[in-house]
Design a protein around this ligand. Structure first.
Ligand code: AMP
Length: 502
């Protein structure tokens, strides 16, 4: 983009984009004054009915870049029963629900019918909404096809098709479903297509289903907002050392801490840390890929409404979620991929507000910290002295492989291990397994959980396929496995991964 174009875009207002007065008024009520680059680039073309290929990730304002022009274009006309006028495909139920919220927010001056077709919810309500006629249909691919096969839906009146988060659809194995759906929709439709990256499979899909699209690309985030105070915090390498450091930090920050997200690298750690925080009476919830849909939605809603102060999450579970600005981000683990650090930190210090982030660092994390500092182009300050002053807990250097490692443990360490095992057991007994939906949606719940696991695995697999990272992860996993003292590793029973009732 030339600097002239950049200046011109910076000066743009929403009114310059050609949106209808009703939509402009809703945008003003939402408090947004300036379009983001993806909005400025995509909206004028989308309003003209052109196909758009938007290369942008969540957090760039891409949802409004398709919702606003769609609302404007839908003002004339009405949907007929079972024949939606538009279709938005989302890879996950949370993202679909988030898009619906955007339609509610920006469409408050329009009287459009919406239907949300996602798994984990009964078919009956969804069918009633389809029957009433949906101007806007938001769906995950599997559930959409289920309705289609039951004969409850016709796609022949769809005027605008949105495919969102296409690369994530690829990770989750949804591309054959997308191809099938595209073929069921009239050729003359408008297609708005969004993806954060453009792997060959996605390029092929765009060549097949988009007609001379306008390409709008937004740069990937590689810097952190200046409103965020970032700190590194030294810790011993044992999980219980890290948990104690975290508890001290949370307590020390209490006066300023409104709400916080605590990021872990793996879902097993999310569960362990969540249980530990509950045990120490912190007001905490957890979000990870194995939780069923209802538990995840409840957890998120409670966090958004301020009923939960701390949310423990993995990158996979938090990805794409529009969680409101938080006052603090804690990295319980240093992220292995430097870009994840930028995404995590981006959850605080939004819209000019101030935020704080603390990253707990152990001796084995230094190369990941180096990579982060290189990516963000600046060093991160230590909170209370660097790693040179860390005292590792006793038994730390003892080999931990197999029986020999067990024999090598000091008495104190063994005691801690037993106490830890006891604690974990007591904590497990405290957990209330989430009751599965009783309204016939049990099968949906199971499927939804399978989809979540599939998403997690696919993401992990995709990452493993990058050879350099593969080796890094392998070594780190090895280390993590060695460090693990208490717990079930990857074989943790399903009931323990279910969210607790609040
Ligand atoms: P998205 O990339 O669509 O997930 O949006 C990320 C966040 O940016 C959401 O919380 C939106 O409400 C917010 N947002 C969208 N458009 C704007 C804008 N023009 N100015 C400020 N914030 C925005």
């Amino acid at each position: 983009m030339s600097s002239d174009t950049q200046i011109a875009q910076d000066a743009l207002t929403f009114a310059d984009l050609g949106l209808s007065p009703k939509v402009l008024s809703a945008v003003a009520d939402a408090g947004y004054t300036q379009p983001t680059p993806i909005q400025a680039g995509a909206i004028p073309h989308a309003l003209q009915g052109k196909d758009v290929l938007g290369i942008a990730q969540t957090g760039t304002g891409k949802t409004a870049s398709f919702v606003l022009p769609m609302l404007t274009r839908l003002e004339n006309g009405r949907a007929r029963a079972r024949m939606p006028r538009t279709l938005i495909l989302e890879p996950t139920r949370e993202l679909a629900a988030q898009v619906e919220e955007n339609f509610v927010k920006y469409g408050k001056n329009s009287r459009l019918n919406r239907a949300l077709l996602i798994g984990g919810v009964s078919f009956d309500d969804q069918e009633r909404k389809l029957e009433r006629g949906a101007d806007v249909l938001i769906a995950t691919p599997g559930r959409l096809l289920d309705h289609f096969e039951r004969g409850k839906l016709l796609l022949s009146a769809v005027e605008i098709l949105v495919i969102d988060e296409a690369d994530r659809m690829l990770d989750m194995g949804f591309i054959p479903d997308i191809e099938r759906i595209c073929k069921l929709i009239p050729f003359t439709r408008q297609t708005l297509f969004f993806s954060a990256t453009m792997p060959p499979e996605i390029t092929k899909l765009t060549e097949q289903f988009l007609h001379t699209p306008v390409r709008v690309e937004v740069a990937k985030a590689s810097s952190t907002a200046s409103t965020v105070t970032q700190k590194l915090v030294k810790s011993g390498s044992k999980p219980w050392d890290k948990r104690a450091v975290l508890r001290d930090l949370i307590r020390a920050e209490d006066a300023e801490l409104k709400n916080a997200i605590i990021f872990c690298n793996r879902k097993v750690e999310v569960s362990e840390l969540f249980r530990s925080l509950i045990k120490y009476d912190f007001n905490a919830g957890a979000l990870h890929g194995d939780m069923d849909q209802r538990a995840r939605m409840t957890m998120l809603a409670n966090f958004r409404e301020g009923k939960l102060k701390l949310l423990v999450a993995s990158d996979v579970a938090a990805r794409g979620l529009d969680i409101p600005d938080v006052s603090h981000v804690f990295n319980f683990d240093v992220p292995i991929h430097a870009e994840d650090y930028v995404h995590r930190i981006g959850r605080t210090g939004r819209a000019g507000r101030s935020g704080k982030s603390f990253t707990i660092v152990t001796r084995s994390d230094t190369k990941y910290v180096d990579a982060i500092e290189t990516l963000i182009g600046k060093p991160i300050e230590w909170h209370d002295g660097d790693l040179s002053t860390v005292v590792e807990s006793e038994g730390d250097e003892a080999p931990r492989r197999g029986r020999a490692g067990q024999r090598g443990r000091g008495r104190k360490d063994e005691g801690e291990r037993k106490r830890g095992a006891h604690r974990a057991k007591a904590d497990d007994e405290k957990q209330v397994p989430e009751v599965l939906a009783s309204d016939g949606a049990e099968q949906d719940e199971r499927r939804s959980r399978r989809e979540n696991i599939k998403a997690d695995n696919a993401e992990r697999k995709a990452r493993h396929e990058a050879p350099a990272r593969h080796e890094e992860r392998r070594q780190r996993h090895h280390k993590e496995d060695d460090d693990k003292v208490v717990g079930f590793g990857e074989d943790i029973p399903a009931f323990m991964l279910v969210g607790a009732k609040i």
